[in-house]
Design a protein around this ligand. Structure first.
Ligand code: G3I
Length: 341
């Protein structure tokens, strides 16, 4: 049985997967680990707008096609990440008007979804739309997308996506920073709930909320009541949940490997126990599978210069305590509410 070793007794409570690059596929050890442990993959960057269309009017599909085809041949599902994200727009759109940007964004969404319609597990249609706190656009981050579409951003994106991919592929609104403690994350959770309530009432086909879950092992407790309450409120709106980019930074942990690995594993277990207790996630995805390659090496390096260890497998693709924590959480008998719409 594919995914996280053989499941001796029970199917996991949610399919597990990881973000992947074509560079990973060229790494024999890592690609074997991916086929062994993952039921789903997500292109970490090669299906993004800036990578697909670095120059106007010319798409380069080779890398994302390679990932989609590799997954199909390996019997693994592939996610679509991500159609509209302010973090990956082509340079040739930097100085255009909102109207020109809007037309280009809709054309991009149509080009990518038409190419992969019916072939993908789910789509991250809009990524990280919310401001850090409240803003004039009903909580939307000030980006070329919000300046082009205003409060109609979600409606434009998700309705067009549903029109194109008529296979009913789950359409995901993916967001970062909803997991943390403190007033800013609390404001972001409230803005997200307002957005979901408003859009669901307007019939916008947002099927699933993607919780990126870029966590920090030093930021305890990971599973806190405001987050648990938020998960319940999302489920009560009839919106499914997916953990989309899970990793646990050890940048602020002690240097000792055993201590670090134990703290990272505890964070994985605490977070997933809470999520699986509150809902039945569509999937649980980590942002990379092995410490061999993680965006955190550059984004959250350790002050002591030691290699970071945020993912389930170590640099030699051997399971760590984090891997055991993930498998135990996914196999646990936790209670969960059926959050299917
Ligand atoms: O590997 C190529 C290299 O061949 C090339 O020479 C070089 C210069 O173009 O680029 C290298 O690719 C880089 C890639 O990371 C691999 O390191 C891309 O430039 C760089 O843009 C890319 O960054 C990615 C980033 O999103 C922007 O797309 C990160 O890998 C990826 O982890 C990060 O992921 C985001 C999610 O999509 C959304 N949530 C936050 C998350 C972390 O920022």
């Amino acid at each position: 049985m594919k995914g996280l070793f053989a499941w001796p007794r029970s199917r996991p409570k949610a399919p597990f997967g990881a973000a992947v690059t074509t560079g990973d596929l060229a790494d024999v050890e890592l690609s074997l680990a991916l086929t062994r442990h993952c039921e789903i993959i997500a292109p970490e960057y090669e299906m993004k707008w800036r990578e697909l269309a670095p120059s106007e009017g010319a798409y380069r599909w080779d890398a994302s096609d390679r990932l989609v085809e590799w997954a199909r041949e390996a019997g693994i599902a592939c996610r679509g990440h991500t159609l509209w994200w302010h973090g990956s727009t082509p340079d040739w759109l930097t100085h255009v008007s909102p109207a020109v940007f809007a037309a280009a964004a809709l054309a991009h969404l149509e080009a990518v979804m038409t190419r992969y319609a019916g072939r993908l597990h789910s789509w991250d249609v809009v990524n990280e739309p919310l401001a850090e706190g409240d803003d004039v656009f009903a909580g939307l981050r000030d980006t070329p997308f919000s300046r082009a579409f205003g409060a109609g951003l979600m409606r434009e994106a998700f309705r067009r996506a549903a029109e194109i991919d008529r296979a009913g592929t789950p359409l995901v609104l993916n967001e970062m920073g909803l997991e943390y403690k403190g007033p800013e994350a609390g404001a972001k959770r409230r803005a997200m709930l307002r957005l979901l309530e408003r859009e669901r009432a307007a019939g916008t086909p947002i099927h699933c909320l993607g919780l990126q879950a870029h966590l920090d092992a030093a930021d305890r407790p990971i599973a806190h009541k405001p987050l648990r309450d938020f998960l319940r409120e999302v489920a009560a709106l009839g919106v499914r949940l997916m953990v989309t980019e899970l990793d646990v930074s050890d940048a602020r942990c002690a240097r000792d490997l055993r201590v670090r690995d134990a703290e990272v594993a505890a964070a994985y277990r605490e977070f997933l126990d809470m999520v699986l207790d509150e809902c039945e996630p569509v999937a649980v995805m980590t942002w990379g599978l092995s410490d061999k390659r993680t965006w955190l090496a550059e984004a959250r390096p350790r002050a002591d210069g030691a290699a970071v260890r945020p993912l389930p497998l170590d640099r030699d693709c051997r399971p760590k305590a984090a891997f055991r924590a993930v498998t135990r959480a996914l196999r646990s008998k936790g209670r969960f509410r059926d959050s299917s719409p």
